[in-house]
Design a protein around this ligand. Structure first.
Ligand code: IPE
Ligand code: IPE
Ligand code: MG
Ligand code: MG
Length: 326
């Protein structure tokens, strides 16, 4: 991230300093050596990715004038919950790669990965008690429930022809839960009136949709060397995510038949065939419009808060998370 000019520049470098605090808090919370003291033969946990959630939360806090230590604690808590969810997610999704490295479960077994995930969830709950704020505890607790419910819903057969509606129901929980905290919790720190806080939580949920759509697009359109994850993992695990559901909607009847046959035989579908089909039905233009639409809706909601100011860093973070390439 590059530094902006004053007055935004001052806020950006303050955010970078707090991001360093977040790194320390996360590393401390995820240090397994505190419990397993009798051996040095412990895996180094992968606790840091792009830090999209921490950046979003700090940028929101800056726009609301509440950038400080409590915002860093919130950001570390959300990143810790996120890490916990990924240790479990990789077991559920049978994924071999994460952040360009072998997943915890593929190296150390499911038992180790599941318990490490549990420990990280619990550590996040401890971290948040550094702030003395009942509403924040409630909001974070609800988000963890929603995240788990979303993951469970995705692991359960959906309604017949659930389509995009069912997809969004899952995404709002499994991903929107945390993104929503990133935009909403600074509003709690700022002690905003309830309707303004609700608008911020809703804006975060919309960003969660954009974030997951971008993630699901990368599963189809990008390669392991860029994402650090296996390509076509969703399809090979039988998950019809946004790109596939949308391609089916966009396709003409004759194309839909061919596409459906390819999706039904997901094991043999190749990235080249699918990308060609995506091109033919106009998926790449469609996704750009859809992401921009989510960002625009989120923007209206945050700018509705009278206290909102200097949102340049915030909008840069939003755009980066929707138009990311990894
Ligand atoms: C991956 O999240 C899981 C999703 C919700 C799509 P990120 O893409 O933020 O993962 P890291 O933390 O940067 O690795
Ligand atoms: C992301 O799951 C949501 C959570 C981890 C709660 P995905 O399975 O869609 O994300 P990736 O693609 O593995 O990162
Ligand atoms: Mg998953
Ligand atoms: Mg996954």
């Amino acid at each position: 991230m590059h530094r902006g000019h004053a007055p935004g520049g001052v806020a950006v470098s303050a955010q970078e300093k707090l991001l360093a605090n977040v790194e320390e808090l996360v590393a401390e919370a995820g240090d397994l050596r505190e419990w397993i003291t009798w051996t040095d033969d412990l895996p180094e946990l992968q606790l840091g990715g792009k830090r999209a959630r921490a950046r979003l939360l700090l940028a929101t806090a800056a726009s609301l004038g509440v950038l400080g230590e409590p915002a860093a604690v919130l950001a570390a808590t959300v990143e810790m919950i996120h890490n916990a969810s990924l240790f479990h997610d990789d077991v559920i999704d049978n994924a071999d790669l994460r952040r360009g490295a072998p997943t915890l479960h593929s190296q150390n077994g499911n038992r180790f990965a599941i318990m490490t995930g549990d420990l990280c969830f619990a550590r996040a709950m401890q971290l948040i008690t550094r702030l003395d704020n009942l509403e924040i505890y409630r909001r974070v607790g609800q988000a963890v429930v929603d995240l788990a419910a979303g993951q469970l819903a995705e692991s359960t057969p959906g309604p017949a022809n659930g389509g995009l509606e069912h997809y969004y129901r899952i995404v709002d929980r499994k991903t929107g839960s945390l993104l929503s905290l990133c935009v909403g919790l600074p509003g709690v720190l700022a002690d905003l009136p309830p309707d303004q806080k609700d608008g911020l939580f809703r804006a975060g949920e919309l960003l969660g949709r954009a974030f997951q759509i971008a993630d699901d697009m990368l599963d189809l359109s990008s390669d392991t060397e860029h994402t650090g994850k296996d390509a076509l993992r969703d399809l090979h695990e039988g998950r019809l995510t946004w790109p596939y559901l949308t391609m089916l909607e966009l396709a003409a009847p004759s194309q839909r038949k061919i596409l459906q046959a390819v999706l039904d035989d997901a094991g043999t579908a190749t990235p080249t065939t699918l990308r060609q089909m995506a091109q033919e039905v106009g998926l790449f233009d469609h996704v750009r419009r859809c992401l921009d639409d989510h960002l625009a809706q989120a923007r209206i909601l945050v700018e509705n808060v009278p206290r909102w100011q200097d949102g340049k860093a915030f909008f840069q973070v939003c755009s980066a998370l929707a138009h990311r390439t990894r």
